[in-house]
Design a binder for this molecule. Sequence first.
Ligand SMILES: [Zn+2]
Length: 227
Amino acid sequence: MKRIIMIFLAVSLLLLISGCDKGSDKKPYTSSDVSSSSVEQPAVKAMAKAHSTEVVDGVTYIDGILIVNKTYSLPKSYNYGLTDETLKAFNKMRNAAAKDNISLEIASGFRSYEEQETLYKEYSAENGQKEADTYSARAGYSEHQSGMAIDVNGADFSMVGQKDMKWLEKHCSEYGFIIRFPKGKESITGYSYEPWHIRYVGKKTAKEMKKLGLCLEEYLGVDSEYK
Ligand SMILES: [Zn+2]
């Protein structure tokens, strides 16, 4: 009888040990892994997002979005005016703004290579090239040549804090536009803050960018520097 009890005790002790082992093996693995991966995954995913770059007739598209900045230029012959989509979206936005008693007008839309060349030359003669580069694009590097950028209303800093600027900031993504050169992103976009310069990227992208608080360079994973 004593022996049977001893065997029973030994077996249950063994079971207990092996059970504990399994538990202690599993526990740290699952708890640490699940909690860290559920926190880190979205950030890692966003940062490691792979982008596709395509160059068609000298025009660069990243993830299907046309990019023009200090790194990516347009050919001199790219000369098509405002795109239909951009104009349509702007008109829709202008009508919606009018209902809120906000007037939105195009101060400057499409600019050809030659027009940009003249403009940039004037600015750099006036303020020097280094200064001009912070607010004006060199010929071939202006988003206005893409036909997807619009300067709204006064196109100057008198807009800051005004209701038209506030309306644009709040609503332009609903119509597929982004404030292209936001405050605080100057070192990334390569340009000083311009509350009046909007760029058409489509509703889905504009809304996503607004939600993430990213400028176009950050969103597409590119830089903006003259090489
Ligand atoms: Zn502009």
